[in-house]
Design a binder for this molecule. Structure first.
Ligand SMILES: Cc1cc2nc3c(=O)[nH]c(=O)nc-3n(C[C@H](O)[C@H](O)[C@H](O)COP(=O)(O)O)c2cc1C
Length: 519
């Protein structure tokens, strides 16, 4: 009996892993064919970027002038709040502290308790910088700890990107995790992702499993739970879940679009990568942090200023030290945001270097976890140089040459990949990580790439330059450039950094009315 249930777990795991492979391969962009999507934008069905819960009262958050100061408000303002409103002719749209593929913002956030709040579960309404109470519960709760639970509305991304959208939702979640960790650090708080929370637990905690509250509303997919606090981060999961189950729920989720297209491949990959939760606490984890300087935190002004470049100037260069500094920040270290993750680094950077003074143009690789160096050497089947580029970093020159056109071509022909100082692909240790942690870890690989992306955005901003995340790239041609022939490594996300060319036709207003001068 025990053996047969064990065997069925193994075979479920294997079929889930094979679905991960078929989804990942089936949503690759090829030169001759993009991943499946509608192929046009159905503007009539464009999903609203903001969800609200009808019937839930509003709890304003600081720094809104009508709210008392709170660390929850401060942390949310500087992670998931609005950073600006843009306007061009008749259109007006908001930007946020966290970036998002296509500015579609599939990530929703829930907060549990926190000092100054009644014990409860709250939905974060970024458009108003307010909380909407979802559940009031009675339970003992430490005053200086709160939870941030992140979920994704797949439909928001699928509306535009079709089947590849599940990947983008995971990238965005990774950006939101890093943004949350960094904002917590700016408020003097610790924050960690909790691997023991299963998807089922997260759904119960946030109430996204409550069919009666989501009639006609697009469903949300569990992401992760982060615990945020000043000292002890101990939270009794079972106790809290019991309190929430017995709590008083309010509010009905708003519908974001009138009509929908069903992308069943996304439902399948979501099911195959459902997280059963795992018994690893951060202190037991296998993280081995290399001896790099602790990441310097950006200040709040930099965090609010972060933007994606829509075009880069195609001529400015950066000095070697500035380049190495940016890469050093992308190395895992003992500080935020890396200390929010419970696994050791699995993402490595394959760089296209274009304009760095004192560094030859060409292909490079930054190995973010020493353990992977030999595996990368074996997997990259081309006759590469593997010359150490600097003493400061595990950065290797693979091949010299002008790779501007190559970088642009493999990045869905986007000029930003050629017009900066450098662009890069993020190579994940794919098969080994899935074998070690199971199919749910497919999501985590994207999350780590999103965390790396967020750090690069902020490093670029701090240096007076600008970055852009690139989710559109031709998967296999990228692998081919680096001689990768199997699934040992897979490129999951791209990024570029340079000097931005501003679009002067757009007007910019602050994220919130109360931030206009005079308030
Ligand atoms: C996962 C991800 C993928 C992205 N892919 C692209 C891309 O392929 N090309 C591009 O020009 N911008 C890309 N972006 C940038 C987004 O368009 C940008 O984040 C969004 O418009 C919001 O603007 P902001 O970053 O200035 O707040 C991507 C961003 C993310 C987070």
């Amino acid at each position: 009996m025990i053996e047969s249930s064990f065997q069925s777990t193994i075979s479920n795991q294997q079929s889930a892993l094979s679905l991960v492979h078929s989804y990942h391969d089936g949503t690759k962009h090829h030169f001759h064919q993009f991943a499946r999507s509608l192929g046009y934008l159905d503007w009539a069905s464009q999903p609203s970027p903001f969800r609200s819960f009808r019937g839930a009262p509003e709890v304003p958050l600081s720094p809104r002038p009508d709210a008392p100061p709170s660390s929850v408000g401060d942390a949310l303002r500087h992670s998931l709040g609005l950073s600006a409103w843009k306007q061009f002719r008749g259109s007006r749209w908001s930007l946020r502290v966290n970036p998002s593929s296509g500015n579609l913002h599939p990530t929703e956030a829930y907060v549990v308790s926190g000092s100054g709040l009644h014990h409860g579960v709250y939905h974060y309404a970024a458009d108003r910088h307010a909380l909407e109470p979802r559940c009031a519960f009675a339970a003992d709760w430490p005053d200086d700890v709160f939870l941030v639970a992140l979920t994704s509305i797949h439909w928001r991304e699928a509306w535009k990107y079709g089947e590849r959208a599940f990947r983008y939702c995971q990238h965005d979640l990774g950006h939101a995790i890093a943004a949350s960790r960094i904002a917590a650090a700016l408020a003097g708080l610790r924050a960690e992702m909790r691997p023991d929370w299963s998807h089922r637990d997260i759904a119960a905690l946030t109430g996204i499993d409550r069919d009666e509250d989501f009639v006609e509303a697009e469903r949300e997919e569990p992401g992760c739970v982060m615990v945020v606090g000043r000292s002890s981060l101990a939270v009794d999961r079972e106790h809290l879940l019991a309190a929430v189950r017995g709590g008083r729920w309010t509010g009905k989720a708003s519908q974001l679009s009138e009509a929908h297209v069903q992308w069943t491949f996304i439902d399948e990959i979501a099911r195959a990568t459902e997280d059963p939760g795992r018994a690893i606490s951060a202190s037991q984890s296998t993280i081995q942090l290399p001896d790099y300087p602790i990441t310097q935190l950006p200040d709040r002004a930099i965090v609010l200023k972060r933007r994606s470049a829509v075009a880069l100037d195609g001529r400015s260069s950066i000095g070697a030290d500035g380049f190495f500094d940016m890469l050093a920040r992308a190395m895992p270290a003992a500080g935020p945001p890396w200390d929010a993750l419970w696994w050791d680094a699995r993402i490595h950077l394959a760089l296209f270097v274009h304009r760095v003074d004192g560094v030859d143009p060409g292909l490079y690789v930054l190995v973010r976890n020493d353990r992977a160096t030999e595996a990368l050497k074996r997997a990259m089947t081309r006759d590469f140089l593997w010359e150490r580029a600097t003493d400061r970093l595990p950065l290797f020159l693979l091949a010299r040459g002008d790779c501007r056109r190559l970088a642009e071509r493999v990045s869905c022909d986007q000029e930003i990949a050629a017009d900066g100082f450098f662009s890069l692909g993020m190579l994940a240790e794919f098969d080994a990580s899935l074998a070690e942690f199971g199919p749910a870890f497919y999501r985590h690989l994207f999350w780590e790439s999103g965390v790396v992306g967020q750090v690069l955005y902020l490093a670029a901003e701090a240096a007076g330059t600008r970055g852009t995340g690139i989710g559109c790239f031709y998967d296999e041609p990228v692998h081919d450039v680096f001689g990768l022939t199997d699934h040992t490594f897979q490129s999951l996300y791209h990024f570029t950094i340079g000097i931005p060319v501003e679009d002067t036709r757009l007007t910019t207003e602050p994220g919130y009315e109360w931030e206009r001068s005079g308030h």
